[in-house]
Each structure stands twice: as structure tokens, then as C-alpha cells.
Design a protein around this ligand. Structure first.
Ligand code: F6P
Ligand code: MN
Length: 334
């Protein structure tokens, strides 16, 4: 097999296909390099003294793990000096992070969830880094939070790195979804899957069923129909998979189909679900759509939502198109 590295893939996309501007190529390479460093830290575990709680809380009121903070720092440091970014934003930081004055500034803005699936860190279960890239608005001065509040359809790139038995980078720049596997000995990302496509048909779904008593009727109806199996209206059996790391559930769905749901529910009626729009749902929605799937909040396409706040939450239904359309239609008929 002829090995194509991430660098070669990006250079070819830039040079031959004119799909990626040079600065965006640099940005993606820097993010990929940071993910390599995070993967290394995750892999060390207790040997690197990186496990456990940092005993601080993030803006969402969640207790931060040492690895959450470390991953955030790795991404910030790697991306500060390259000259490709105007600003960054992260799940782990209340406000946006400006590029220090001593470095040149570029035209892109990077958002990330440094380590998704934090509850899996200390039990050696797959976790990942999710990222989203936006362009700075024309004529932007000093970046503000407002400059980040662009709908997901404006993303110029999105992806995630997944730290499991293999470390992988899943990337889209709006021309399909490609998968790179980290060659740990060589330290390089190798293209291992081109044009990932979510299978249209599925018999798998992912939802945290412990919240069932709080679900709103459209979600209960949809899940009850799945649970009824061959005897119900769907006429087939469905299987549950829930890893409690969105990145890992989405990775399974990109590979073999399925639907992932984190709905809003009656527990906290003022909150639109658990997941964050700008650095969790938007990048995943772009990847899923680029792989032939769909992503909605039950009412509208996630990528069409106009964000109002950096850390805004959103209900998420994503994956195989026909299933996402079905559960979305149940919301419409409410
Ligand atoms: O980032 C939030 C997150 O950890 C997701 O990765 C995951 O899908 C979800 O929360 C798990 O939620 P719960 O703890 O309700 O199962
Ligand atoms: Mn997360």
C-alpha cells in the first residue's frame, strides 16, 4: 500500500485540487500535531501523572480533569505562534483566547473541546478532541466573542482526533470526510480511509436511557418504536450502544451507521440539551453531513442555527439520514 501522509494529502488538496488555502493547511497540521501530543499524554495515563481531577470547574460547572486542562494548554500553545489564527475558544475557557501581540495574526478562528468524554478518562476508555474552524469576519479588529457567533454552515473545516486502541484523525474541509491513523512509531498521520460514508440503513441507536422519564413526547415515541422491535411499527429489532463520549459514538456511526441523540428534556427546561453547539455539535454535524448523514436539533438543521452565545447548548440528533429525519418529523408533528 502506498502511504499518503496527512501532509501530503493536504499539500495535494491545496496544490492539485485548490481546495485548501495554505494558511488553513498549516492550521490543520498544527491541530493534528497538538492531538498527537494529547494522544501521547492520554496513553501515558498514571505513568504521566495526568489522571484524576484538577479540582476546578469549567464554565459549564463541570469538574475539570487534569487531562482536560493539559489538553487545552497543548492546543493553545501549539496554535498561538503559527500566524494562522486570529483567536481561539474552548469548552474549558469562559472567554475567547486572543493571540498574544508578539505573534502575527491570521484569518482563522479555532474552537475546540480539548478532551471529549471526560468521564472516560480515568477508566481507560476511548476519548477524543473535537475542533471547528471558522473564518474571521471581514474587517475584524480585535476579535470578540461576537465574531465567533457564526452558524455551523460557515465552518471551513471540522474534525476530531480519537484516542482509542488506535489514534485517528477524522477531517473534513467540505470535500467529504477522510480518516488518518497515527503511526505511533513514525509519529505521522497516514491516510487510511477516504470518503467515509454513513450507511443509510441502521439498527443501532445511542441515547442515555437513564433520562427516559424526562424525555419529551417525540423522543419517547421514537425510542418506544425502536424498542418494540419486530413486533412494532418498525418491523425490526434495534440495538443500543452508548459510550458516553460523543466523539466515540459518532466515530462508530461514521463507520457503521446509527443515530446518536442527546435531546433536550424536562429536567432543565431552560437548557436546550447537554451538548455545546459551537465546539461539539457543529463540527460533528459538518462531518456527519459530509459523510451523507443528517444532524438536527429536532426542529432544524444544526448547521443553520444562529448561535447567540459561545457556550450555548443544543439538542442533538445525528447520524443515518432516514432515522434523523424520522425523529425530526415526530417533533414537527407535535
Ligand atoms: O461532552 C459531553 C459528553 O461527555 C459527551 O461526550 C457524551 O456524549 C455525553 O456528555 C455523555 O453524557 P451522559 O453523562 O449523560 O451519559
Ligand atoms: Mn465534550
Amino acid at each position: 500500500m502506498k502511504r499518503i501522509s496527512l501532509t501530503q494529502y493536504l499539500v495535494e488538496e491545496q496544490r492539485l485540487n485548490n481546495n485548501i488555502p495554505a494558511e488553513l493547511r498549516l492550521l490543520i497540521e498544527v491541530v493534528a500535531r497538538a492531538c498527537k501530543t494529547i494522544s501521547h499524554a492520554v496513553g501515558k495515563g498514571a505513568l504521566g501523572e495526568v489522571l484524576g481531577s484538577a479540582e476546578t470547574e469549567n464554565i459549564q460547572g463541570e469538574v475539570q480533569k487534569k487531562l482536560d486542562i493539559l489538553s487545552n494548554e497543548i492546543l493553545l500553545e501549539a496554535n498561538e505562534w503559527g500566524g494562522h489564527l486570529a483567536a481561539m475558544a474552548s469548552e474549558e475557557m469562559e472567554s475567547i483566547h486572543l493571540i498574544p501581540n508578539r505573534y502575527p495574526k491570521g484569518e482563522y478562528m479555532l474552537l475546540f473541546d480539548p478532551l471529549d468524554g471526560s468521564s472516560n478518562i480515568d477508566i481507560n476508555v476511548t476519548i477524543g478532541t473535537i475542533f471547528s474552524v471558522l473564518k474571521a469576519p471581514e474587517g475584524m479588529g480585535t476579535p470578540t466573542e461576537q465574531d465567533f457567533l457564526q452558524p455551523g454552515s460557515k465552518q471551513v473545516a471540522a474534525g476530531y482526533a480519537i484516542y482509542g486502541p488506535q489514534t485517528m484523525l477524522i477531517l473534513t474541509t467540505g470535500q467529504g470526510v477522510n480518516c488518518f491513523t497515527l503511526d505511533r512509531e513514525m509519529g505521522s498521520w497516514v491516510l487510511t480511509q477516504r470518503h467515509m460514508q454513513i450507511p443509510a440503513e441502521t439498527q443501532e441507536y445511542a441515547i442515555n436511557a437513564s433520562n427516559a422519564r424526562h424525555w419529551y413526547p417525540p423522543v419517547s415515541r421514537y425510542i418506544n418504536e425502536l424498542l418494540a422491535g419486530t413486533e412494532g411499527p418498525r418491523g425490526k429489532n434495534f440495538n443500543t450502544r452508548w459510550i458516553a463520549a460523543m466523539v466515540t459514538d459518532v466515530h462508530r456511526i461514521l463507520n457503521r451507521g446509527g443515530i446518536f441523540m442527546y435531546p433536550a428534556d424536562a429536567r432543565e427546561p431552560d437548557k436546550a440539551g447537554k451538548l455545546r453547539l459551537m465546539y461539539e455539535a457543529n463540527p460533528m454535524a459538518m462531518l456527519v453531513e459530509q459523510a451523507g448523514g443528517a444532524a438536527t436539533n429536532g426542529k432544524q438543521r444544526i448547521l443553520d442555527i444562529q448561535p447567540e452565545k459561545l457556550h450555548q447548548r443544543v439538542a442533538v440528533f445525528l447520524g443515518s439520514k432516514s432515522e434523523v429525519e424520522r425523529v425530526t418529523s415526530y417533533h414537527e408533528s407535535q
